[in-house]
Design a protein. Structure first.
Length: 346
């Protein structure tokens, strides 16, 4: 279940100065404390991402972002406390399995930790909390959601366009990436060498001296090498145009000549093609049920947290920005009175 961003009404605001708690924590939820340093880091990162897209954040907008993020952190803290009361436990093995599933290579996990300004212990602790909350919500809410066939059929009939599948191909590729700056003499030399290597490799595959999957594992410079270069099924809009053009022009079982994209030189083998079609109700049924359960669960989670909030003691040290001063309108000087001219004598 995806993390639900909830709009919580925080009941106590710090209006005068800062206490010791308010310096270290941004909020206290019952006996749980949300660290200000962590909150500030997440807020700054969110704002920087928005500003990278060319948007200037005003103080009021910043406060809105802060409040939304804090609302979510408070909700997670409340749910964590309830999970603990319910005896929901998460082991180190659970954490290890989750890390391995999402980050097969440890260096990828280390990179994410660094980007988020965490130590490995802190990252594992956050992940453990997330898994625990997920288990709790699955047990207390998702498992109790009922979705019948009539609801599923109604959704299918009302959203048939969502179940149109475009034409797709399944392909495997091998890539030798261009590491030098594009357009430089070094890049041109590197591209020529990579093209020659892939030409020779293609010949070996065509001559049955080597199979495509083995070659991909040995030389490809793409994560797909772990699967023998297999990219699975993809539609025309999923890949860059120069890659798509080759993929949809090949017949299943054929291997392309080396071709260049902005990433480097590739060879590709198409293994299967699938014509555009409409997924049947039976094919879509399982997916639709998941969608409806998620929708209902989201509403139930919000209702559940709102009820928790009613009995929780929540202290927030988030200070709303002062209203922007309205510039004074300069006074318009009075014009001197004009004396009435005397009427000319008759």
């Amino acid at each position: 279940m995806k993390k639900v961003v909830l709009s919580l009404c925080l009941v106590i605001l710090c209006a005068f100065g800062c206490t010791k708690d308010s310096e270290k924590y941004i909020a206290i939820v019952n006996d749980g404390k949300i660290e200000r340093q962590k909150f500030d880091f997440i807020t700054d990162r969110q704002i920087k991402q928005i500003e990278k897209m060319g948007h200037k954040i005003t103080p009021d907008q910043k406060y809105g972002i802060q409040k939304m993020l804090l609302d979510n952190m408070v909700a997670i803290e409340l749910l964590t406390q309830e999970a603990k009361k319910a005896g929901v436990a998460t082991t180190d093995d659970d954490v290890n399995a989750a890390i391995k599933a999402q980050y097969p290579k440890k260096e990828d996990f280390d990179k994410v930790i660094k980007e988020n300004g965490l130590t490995e212990a802190e990252a594992r602790d956050e992940l453990k909390k997330g898994i625990t909350v997920h288990k709790f919500l699955e047990k207390e809410i998702a498992a109790k959601i009922q979705v019948d066939d009539a609801e599923i059929k109604k959704f299918y009939d009302s959203n048939k366009d969502r179940f149109k599948v475009p034409d797709q191909v399944r392909a495997s590729h091998i890539i030798l990436k261009t590491k030098a700056i594009e357009g430089s003499p070094e890049a041109e030399k590197e591209n020529m060498e990579n093209k020659a290597k892939l030409t020779a490799l293609r010949k070996d595959i065509m001559d049955k001296k080597k199979d495509f999957a083995t070659a991909a594992k040995e030389v490809s410079e793409d994560p797909s090498k772990e699967n023998g270069g297999d990219l699975g099924f993809f539609s025309r809009d999923r890949m860059i145009p120069e890659f798509t053009k080759v993929a949809f022009s090949l017949k299943p079982g054929t291997i392309s000549e080396p071709f260049k994209t902005s990433f480097g030189y590739h060879i590709m083998m198409v293994t299967e093609k699938q014509a555009a079609h409409q997924r049947s109700f039976d094919e879509a049924k399982g997916y639709i049920k998941q969608v409806l359960v998620r929708q209902k669960s989201g509403a139930k989670v919000q209702e559940y947290v709102e009820n928790l909030k009613k009995t929780a003691k929540i202290t927030s040290f988030l200070v709303e920005p002062a209203p922007a001063a309205v510039p004074a309108v300069p006074a318009v000087p009075n014009e001197p009175k004009k004396e009435d001219k005397a009427a000319p004598a008759k």
